[in-house]
Write a protein that binds this ligand. Structure first.
Ligand code: ATP
Length: 591
């Protein structure tokens, strides 16, 4: 068995064993129900034997025997029906509970993965993997309980009973079963490789369709219709080719199965007739053999499909298994304490960091920010400003050195307490597809409506929210797409106002706003910044002129620092140059 398959089974089992009672109930009823199903034909055999025997004694005795047989058959059928229903209760409860638990475990484990993990994985693909993993359990447990167990029990019992009737019947049935299962297994696995290729081709075609629909504006604007159509045609052509192969294999498979079942049916009939002529078998035995054959045919006909479904489910679950068994990248240290921020001092001591080993972003980087100080990080694009902030939020761990807040190393405090002490407003905030009220309240769960409204007013969200038909109850669309970039930024600022944490980080937080809105929000931000340690990243230097200290970063190093005024006074300073470019641009635009 493949390593991943074993791991998937282990995870499923860890969940299943929480419900031992239901598990045993389900399995034992599945076994009992299958056994009962094989006992009923034995009564039929007796029934027909009595019928065929005629009247060895008196007709009354025969009628009495027949009545008893009918009652026994009805009772056995009722008993089997009852076993099945009771088993079903356990099966569906067991399956539903475990699917719920697996979904919750996936959610919990997935969300504890790091920012990097989510950057490296597509949202759609993760959602699909979680769903496949849950569905995998459903399919595997269903196939095992409803098909594999009954198949094993019924086939074994049929062989035993036929063996007892006559050893030749037993050998024929056993040999046929082995051959049939082997052929089914072999063809299923052979076909499975094409099924995988077909699903890949289907995913590719779906991907192209989705991508062209998302980019339909580009397709139109760049006259890409013909090229895209050709691309899609090719992908759909591949799908058709592979679909045909799998369907042809289906037809072949059905043919082989049909041939094998007919062969057994004929072989059994001939053998039974031969045995009957020699007085070894009775008419009732014929009925028994036929009933068993039909039952076995029914069970094994789907065997190939069952194997395929189980293989497919394990295959589908594999990616999620890898995610669930991969250790979390950023974890709380054992015994980590909650961060306490009485002042808000931040210290980065000899911090080194790289995203990939080949390229260092920060090397022995030092930065001290005093309590309640307001600093701005400026510098060329790619200099490492956002990286500094990400390290502060422990989105990544430093490769060397340490970061302290009020003398507590970040790697020794809990991540929740760290992020709870920081209000972070990113450049491109993403919102939940929930109402505006809920989105703003996310900054402080449990805040009253009045608090939310007050924060929204300060962040100048009120103006645009009141224009919506549903006001604060307006849904913002997936990722907040129904709002403009500036509106989303204002919602994020309202969240930060509501959160009111001792450390405030604004990463290009007003870059999407027009100058008038920005001026208004700057006022709100000034109020918000009061009594907090503040780090602002900004490209528009006019927004950070009033900061206590401006730190100019280039290629991961501090190249200058000081107030706006002192930095402007440096004749060859980078800040002065950047300022002149922006002021020049502004002037040029004005002219
Ligand atoms: P900007 O002003 O454009 O936002 P920045 O100064 O904030 O730039 P960072 O985002 O910190 O720069 O990036 C610093 C360097 O690290 C860049 O060269 C960038 O390509 C690289 N980088 C950033 N994020 C990642 C990542 N997730 N994986 C790999 N490299 C990254």
């Amino acid at each position: 068995m493949k390593y991943q398959t074993r791991q998937t089974l282990t995870i499923y089992w860890q969940h299943a064993k929480q419900y031992r009672f239901l598990f045993i109930w389900m399995l034992s009823f599945s076994v009992l129900w299958s056994v009962a199903g094989m006992i009923v034909p034995i009564y039929y055999k007796k029934f027909f034997d009595v019928l065929a025997a005629g009247t060895p004694t008196s007709p009354e005795t025969v009628f009495l025997l027949i009545r008893i047989m009918i009652i026994l058959i009805v009772l056995a059928l009722l008993f089997r029906f009852l076993l099945r229903r009771l088993g079903d209760i356990a099966t569906i409860t067991f399956r539903a509970r475990i699917m719920e638990d697996i979904a919750n475990s996936c959610f919990a484990y997935l969300h504890k993965h790091s920012f990097t993990f989510f950057n490296n994985n597509f949202v759609g693909s993760l959602v699909k993997q979680v769903n496949y993993f849950i569905r995998g359990f459903e399919v595997i447990s269903e196939r095992v309980v409803n098909q594999l167990i009954p198949l094993t029990i019924e086939a074994t019992m049929a062989i035993i009973v036929l063996w007892v009737l006559d050893v030749r019947l037993g050998i024929l049935a056993a040999a046929w079963l082995v051959l049939f299962l082997f052929v089914s297994w072999f063809i299923s696995l052979y076909r499975y490789q094409y099924v995988i290729l077909r699903s890949a081709a289907e995913s590719k075609a779906t991907g192209i369709l989705a991508d062209t629909i998302t980019n339909n504006a580009n397709v139109k604007l760049f006259c890409g219709y013909d090229a895209e159509r050709q691309l899609y045609r090719e992908a759909i052509g591949d799908t058709r080719r592979l679909r045909l192969i799998t369907w042809r294999l289906n037809v072949l498979f059905d043919g082989v199965q049909g041939f094998l079942t007919t062969a057994l049916e004929a072989g059994m009939l001939v053998l039974a007739f031969y045995l009957w002529r020699r007085g070894i078998l009775t008419v009732g035995d014929f009925v028994l053999i036929q009933t068993y054959l039909f039952r076995i045919f029914n069970r094994v006909w789907d065997f190939g499909g069952v194997i395929r479904d189980i293989y497919e489910s394990f295959g589908d679950a594999e990616d999620m298994t890898k995610i669930l068994t991969a250790p979390h990248e950023i974890i709380d240290a054992p015994g980590a304490k909650a961060l306490a921020v009485p002042h808000g001092n931040i210290e980065m001591k000899k911090v080194s960091f790289n995203y990939h080993e080949t390229r260092s972003i920060l090397s022995r980087f030092n930065l001290t920010i005093s309590a309640k100080e307001k600093v701005a990080l400026v510098g060329p694009s790619g200099a490492g400003k956002s990286t500094i902030v990400k390290l502060l939020l422990r989105a990544h761990d430093t490769t060397a050195g340490e970061i302290l807040i009020d003398n507590q190393p970040l790697h020794l405090v809990t991540q929740d307490s760290l992020r709870g002490a920081v209000s972070y407003v990113p450049q491109d905030p993403i919102l939940f597809h929930r109402t505006l009220l809920e989105n703003i309240r996310y900054g402080k769960p449990g805040a009253s409506d009045e608090e939310v409204f007050a924060a929204a007013k300060l962040a100048h969200c009120d103006e645009f929210i009141n224009e919506f038909h549903n006001g604060y109850e307006t849904y913002v669309g997936e990722r907040g797409v129904k709002l403009s970039g500036g509106e989303r930024q204002r919602v994020a600022i309202a969240r930060a106002i509501l959160r009111n944490a001792p450390i405030l980080i604004l990463d290009e937080a007003t870059s999407s706003l027009d100058s008038e809105s920005e001026r208004l929000i700057q006022d709100a931000l000034s109020v918000l910044m009061k009594d907090k340690t503040v780090i602002v990243i900004a490209h528009r230097l006019s927004t950070i002129m009033k900061m206590d200290r401006i730190i100019v970063i280039d290629s991961g190093k501090i190249v200058e620092e000081g107030t706006h005024q002192t930095l402007l006074e440096k004749p060859d300073g980078l800040y002065r140059r950047l300022w002149q470019i922006q002021a020049g641009g502004f002037l040029t635009n004005m002219i």
